[in-house]
Design a protein. Structure first.
Lengths: 203, 247
């Protein structure tokens, strides 16, 4: 079984049956209403390595996405400059997360040979999909972070999350949307992340 | 968690604002969770609230100043509302955990802004500091529900910082976020909190390092800085030795 297959299996078995514990404020509220065991179960079942490889899957996707977007030559000026920086950051995240997985004794998940990206055939379509991907990244990291057990790993995840959040805000701004649409970001449940990511991964 | 609280939570759950929802959810978690390290978590909440009060007042003052126009003015209204929502969420959370939320100061040592450009540069520094502060404390929070809320607020501080960076023409996002410890943050905000009669506000917010002063928190607290109104800071002084607790 190659790492991608392993990851798919991981996602389907471990993630799909349960939410990221602190997946959203709604989830937290639900926990408060009496389903506390859910959080403990998730934290117990998911290892930091599982979470890191899930993060790495998203980072691979984002790194490839920016690479493909930049190769279109459809961006210019400040947008081009920002996307070059964002792509560089995602590539750095890939390196950092993969190194962490290795350090913890795991096998870093590899990038897919192909992703089901939409056609990057216009500046608008490029920005819109970048928003989709960055929003997923923010929601996924925000949902996963509280389940991370190793505080050093948590600190590293937070450091990456902050950059995903910044990217999301800037892409919003470039699209003419409210750059920071709410006072609190919403963490995504695993199922929410999977629903959005699986079609892109071809899973 | 008693039945009354559960019922209140249930009834309010759908309707409450995001801020109230955070506070309600946090405070409804079993007390046993908070027993893990309630003192450190509470200290971090009060620290965060101290910073949020400062930010809220800063936006309020500037938004009332007439200096802002155009897109930045629109953003500043939104960002100010976000900070106020953070204050509400943290205040409610501290109260429900049995603490006494630190209050906003009557006065802060903000500079006398003369232009929108000055405002933008200062606030970019404030927001960068806020993002770094939350990033520094997140791994120290013991309660995962508090961590979840802190991360959510952290994201928004970072987004404010990114947008303000864009507005002043600097890179909105490095490759990785950099955390700051409490002492690094307080070295910068100490002079802003030392408002009463000081009148020597820093004209710019440092964007890297501990900023325009090398003072550690301990030096600030023992060096005669008048932290009047910074009730949390004063209480902190009388608690355990700072150097053993800060991180």
């Amino acid at each position: 079984m190659n790492p991608n297959e392993q990851l798919d299996g991981l996602l389907q078995t471990a993630f799909s049956r349960r939410n990221f514990v602190r997946g959203s404020f709604a989830t937290v509220g639900a926990l408060a209403l009496g389903n506390v065991a859910l959080g403990q179960a998730f934290a117990a079942e998911m290892t930091d390595l599982d979470i890191l490889n899930f993060a790495l899957t998203l980072e691979h996707l984002e790194a490839r996405m920016y690479k493909d977007m930049l190769a279109t030559n459809l961006l210019s000026g400040k947008e081009l400059s920002y996307f070059q920086n964002f792509g560089k950051a995602e590539a750095a995240h890939v390196q950092a997360v993969a190194a962490t997985v290795t350090k913890l004794g795991g096998t870093p998940v590899q990038p897919k040979a192909k992703y089901n990206f939409p056609a990057f055939d216009s500046r608008d379509n490029i920005l819109k999909f970048a928003k989709t991907a960055e929003d997923i990244g923010v929601g996924a990291y925000s949902g996963a972070a509280p389940a991370i057990k190793n505080k050093d790993v948590l600190a590293a995840a937070g450091s990456i999350l902050q950059i995903e959040a910044r990217h999301a805000a800037i892409v919003n701004e470039l699209l003419g949307l409210d750059p920071v649409p709410a006072a609190f970001t919403s963490a995504q449940t695993v199922q929410q992340v999977l629903d959005k990511v699986n079609p892109i991964l071809g899973s | 968690m008693n039945k009354v609280n559960v019922e209140l939570n249930r009834r309010n759950f759908i309707k409450v604002s995001a801020a109230a929802a955070v506070a309600t959810a946090l405070a409804s978690a079993p007390r046993t969770i908070f027993a893990q390290s309630p003192t450190q978590d509470m200290e971090i909440l009060q620290y965060a609230l101290t910073l949020e009060h400062l930010e809220t007042r800063a936006y309020k003052d500037v938004n009332a100043s007439g200096l802002m126009s155009g897109t930045p003015a629109k953003y500043f209204q939104m960002f100010g509302a976000h900070e106020a929502a953070h204050v509400d969420a943290l205040t409610a959370t501290i109260q429900k955990l049995g603490g006494t939320p630190v209050k906003a100061q009557d006065k802060y040592n903000f500079p006398a802004f003369k232009s929108q450009d000055e405002v933008l540069k200062y606030f970019q520094g404030v927001e960068e500091l806020g993002a770094a502060a939350y990033l520094g404390q997140a791994p120290r929070l013991q309660n995962p529900d508090l961590l979840s809320a802190a991360i959510s607020i952290h994201d928004v501080e970072a987004q404010h910082a990114a947008v303000l960076s864009d507005l002043i023409g600097v890179s909105p996002a490095p490759d990785f976020g950099t955390p700051k410890s409490m002492s690094e943050v307080l070295a910068v905000v100490g002079p802003i909190l030392a408002a009463q009669g000081a009148g020597n506000a820093p004209s710019t917010m440092p964007t890297t390092g501990a900023g325009g002063t090398n003072a550690t928190l301990l030096e600030l607290l023992t060096g005669g800085v008048a932290l009047v109104g910074g009730g949390w800071l004063l209480r902190r002084r009388t608690s355990q030795p700072v150097e053993n607790r800060d991180n």
